[in-house]
Every structure is written in structure tokens, then in C-alpha cells.
Design a protein around this ligand. Structure first.
Ligand SMILES: [Zn+2]
Length: 463
């Protein structure tokens, strides 16, 4: 029993150990209600709740360690102590990333207790040392990077519910009982959607976030990382939290993509981002001015500024001659509305004449992005094998989204993912996570073939 509870129970009995102490503390719920049940306290707004067990899971390139370190940085900067148990990345990676995040080295050493390769056995001596460390350091946040390593060194199996229970009782619960916040980082396979032993982990966690990276990032390029809530107690947490992440001229950024949490639509866009896109789309081909966009957002300047910055980073819009235009993804004009004779929405074969030089078709009628459109993540089960020929044909089909996106892709103005979506949506293919990588490779191969390029293409292969 945690010390504070024990003291309280004992105190009630004038220092006598109550006869039923081992059967749990009696909590006076009526009294609690009369005094008012306090809302959960956030350690990090919208993401971490004090005293709750958090599970952050994602594939190796989801950005989960980055998000973990961003949470650590925020604690350090708030003057809290943080205990980081690392069985995954090593001091170089952790140090380098904290540096990129702009975390002050002095503050790091003052507040971060970084422990490399801990060996947390569940035996009495280790548990005593562990409890002592928690009491001595009194960390606000305790990070376990990553779950598998801790289970393995304790001789536990990730697929065993009993073993996960043991890990929870011995390692996570002591932190929680101290009203401190444990954060477990957890890998999932690239093509997976669930943590190993997912069901039990979800039972044990108070808050569970899945980390996804819909727009890839690196040190030269800003992308997007998204937290999706898989479990959250007491309805206090938003469904998703979106970050801009990556490097560029202005250095490395990792920031919430909006100062306030907005509801996202099914394409992961906030209300204001959606309004901006809609207004630009209405005004195409002429584009929309800043003033027109400001009207669409009722004069909310900083919201508009965030929305245009994010949409520009994500390659959805671009600015030319002081007007904003849609970049991509450019949707096939009406693949849903004009089915083929057989009723399918597959492209019409044989219509592969190349685009006339100088006629980009960009922004022309019928080429703008349909509401909804290809921003949507791959989903569904109607997958089929995608051939390089089919992808190439789609890139040559008049007015197709792929044909409009291809030049943008070749110029580096949109990414492979977006080009691939315009191909896959038009072909009615919805690959699952496992097939996604091979679809991207197929689309890339078709995109690299000069035979599929427009006549006026200026790429190296055509020139
Ligand atoms: Zn070319």
C-alpha cells in the first residue's frame, strides 16, 4: 500500500493498523462528491494526466521517441524532475534530439535523471532500490523506453497477460501510487496497428496514444506526427493531437500544429484548415488572397497564419503572385461520378494521350480537389495488386489527379505519398498497411519512367 494511503488509514484509527488494511483503503465517496471531485490535472495539456499510466505506441519511424522527448523537454523547462530509463536509443541519440529540440544543456543536467540500460528485476533488492530512487528523485515524469526491453530483462513475456500484470504491479504502479506519471514507449511492427499484448496493455494503461506519421519528416523537411487517442479516462483528452515536426531553414521544429485544439475532420484537417482550403478551391483558378482567407476565418489572423503555414508545409497549398493556390493532392476530377460501362470507377483504358505542352491543367475546371478527396489515409480492404503499367496509365490519363500531381512530384513540390494516393483512389484501390510500401514503390517506378511524363517535362530523364 502506498505510504500516503497507509498513513491516512492508520491516522483514522489513531495509529492502530486497521484489521482490514490489506483489503484496500476505504474511500468515502459521498464525502468526495460533497467536496467536489476534482477534474484530472494535466501534466501536459491534452496529452498527459498526472498520476495516470500512459502508453505511447507506434512503429519505429512514427516519431514516438520524438514526442516522448518533447514531453520530457517541457517538464524540464517547467522545472520538474524527469526520470528516463533508456533501454532503446542510447545517450547519443537522446542527447542529440534534446539538443535539436532546443533544450538547454544546463537545465537537462539539473532536471533530467537519465539512466542508461537499467536492469529492473522484480526481485526484492531491485524493487527496494527502485522505490528508493523514486522517493529520492521524486520525478514528475518517468519514461520507459521501450516496454519490450524492460519486460525482457525482467524475464517477462510481452504476449503473456500475467507477465504484463507483473510488470505493471512492480514497475508502473509504484510511480502511479506516488501520484507521478509513468510514460511507456512501445514499438509496434511497421505494418501493425496494435501493440504486442495490446489487449492487456490497454487494460493496464489509463491513457493510450497511437503515434502516426502521415507526412514523413527528417532534418531537412517538416512533416506531421499525429497522436490518436486509443484510451483516455474521464473523457478529458482530445481524439487527436497534431504536431509539425522536422528541420528546415528555421532549424528543427516540433510543435503542436495549432495553439488550440480544433476538431479535425476525417482527413485530419482542422476546421480552420478546411475553411482555408475550401475558400482557395472556390477561388481557383485565380487563387485566394490573404484578405479573402481572413474573411473566411472571420478575421482570426493568428489562426489563419497557423493554418496557411501548416497547409504549405504539408504541400496542400502554395503561394504564387501573392495568391494562395491548391497544390496537392489534386484529385482525379470525378472518378466516383463517371463510372465505366461496367460500373467500376477504374480508369478508361486507351485514353492516354499526353498533355499538350504549356497546358498544365492545374487549377482548371474539374481539376481541383474534391471535398474529402485523397487526403484521407489509405483504408479499407478493397486492395488489389497495383502494376507499374496501371500506375503509368493513370499518370497519362487526361485530367487525372495523378497526371496533375506527377509534374509537382518531379519538381519536388509534392511527395510520393500524395502522388500514390491520386493513383490509388482513381483505381479504386485501398491497400492496407502491409501493402502500402509496395504500392509506393510501384508508383515511384512509374513516376520515374520518362514515358509517363508530360511532353513539356523538364526533368533530367526527359531533358
Ligand atoms: Zn520527365
Amino acid at each position: 500500500m502506498p505510504r500516503d494511503v497507509e498513513d491516512r488509514v492508520r491516522g483514522d484509527r489513531n495509529g492502530q493498523t486497521p484489521p482490514h488494511a490489506s483489503l484496500g483503503e476505504r474511500v468515502m465517496l459521498g464525502k468526495m462528491i460533497r467536496e467536489g471531485i476534482e477534474p484530472p490535472v494535466f501534466l501536459e495539456p491534452d496529452i498527459l494526466m498526472e498520476g495516470a499510466v500512459h502508453w505511447l505506441f507506434g512503429s519505429s519511424e512514427s516519431g514516438k521517441t520524438w514526442i516522448g522527448l518533447w514531453l520530457v523537454k517541457n517538464r524540464i523547462e517547467a522545472g520538474d524532475r524527469v526520470l528516463y530509463f533508456d533501454k532503446e536509443n542510447g545517450p547519443e541519440i537522446i542527447g542529440e534530439r534534446l539538443e535539436l529540440l532546443g533544450c538547454d544543456p544546463e537545465a537537462i543536467d539539473a532536471h533530467l535523471v537519465y539512466r542508461l540500460e537499467p536492469d529492473i528485476q522484480l526481485d526484492g533488492a531491485t524493487m527496494e532500490a527502485y522505490a528508493d530512487l523514486l522517493d529520492t528523485e521524486d520525478p514528475a515524469l518517468v519514461v520507459f523506453d521501450a516496454s519490450r526491453g524492460f519486460l525482457t530483462s525482467a524475464g517477462l513475456e510481452e504476449n503473456s497477460n500475467d507477465d504484463l500484470d507483473k510488470f505493471y504491479e512492480a514497475v508502473l504502479k509504484p510511480v502511479r501510487n506516488r501520484k507521478r506519471t509513468p510514460l511507456v514507449l512501445d514499438h509496434i511492427p511497421h505494418d501493425g496497428d496494435h501493440a504486442r499484448g495490446a489487449g492487456r496493455k490497454k487494460d493496464l494503461a489509463d491513457v493510450m496514444w497511437k503515434v502516426e506519421c502521415p507526412v514523413p519528416f527528417d532534418q531537412d523537411r517538416v512533416g506531421m506526427v499525429k497522436l490518436k487517442r486509443r484510451k483516455g479516462r474521464r473523457g478529458a483528452l482530445p481524439e487527436t493531437v497534431v504536431f509539425s515536426i522536422g528541420g528546415g531553414d528555421a532549424g528543427f521544429v516540433l510543435a503542436r500544429s495549432a495553439g488550440t485544439v480544433e476538431n479535425e475532420d476525417r482527413n485530419g484537417l482542422t476546421d480552420s484548415q478546411r475553411k482555408v482550403l475550401d475558400r482557395i478551391r472556390e477561388n481557383e483558378p485565380r487563387g485566394a488572397t490573404w484578405k479573402e482567407l481572413l474573411e473566411a476565418l472571420n478575421g482570426a489572423k493568428s489562426t489563419l497564419s497557423r493554418a496557411t503555414n501548416d497547409l504549405t508545409r504539408w504541400n496542400h497549398i502554395t503561394k504564387r503572385n501573392r495568391r494562395y493556390h491548391i497544390v496537392g493532392p489534386v484529385e482525379p476530377e470525378s472518378s466516383e461520378d463517371t463510372p465505366n460501362a461496367d460500373g467500376s470507377t477504374r480508369f478508361q483504358k486507351g485514353s492516354t494521350e499526353p498533355l499538350e505542352p504549356g497546358k498544365s491543367g492545374h487549377g482548371s475546371k474539374g481539376s481541383t480537389t474534391r471535398r474529402g478527396g485523397t487526403l484521407e489515409p489509405f483504408a479499407g480492404t478493397a486492395a488489389g495488386r497495383l502494376s507499374v503499367e496501371d500506375a503509368g496509365a493513370e499518370m497519362k490519363r487526361p485530367h487525372s489527379g495523378a497526371r496533375l500531381n506527377l509534374p509537382l512530384y518531379l519538381k519536388g513540390e509534392t511527395n510520393l505519398e500524395i502522388l500514390a494516393r491520386s493513383v490509388l483512389v482513381a483505381l479504386g484501390k485501398a491497400p492496407d498497411e502491409a501493402e502500402r510500401a509496395s504500392c509506393l514503390a510501384v508508383v515511384q517506378e512509374a513516376a520515374n519512367d520518362p514515358d509517363n511524363h508530360p511532353l513539356d517535362c523538364e526533368c533530367e530523364g526527359c531533358a
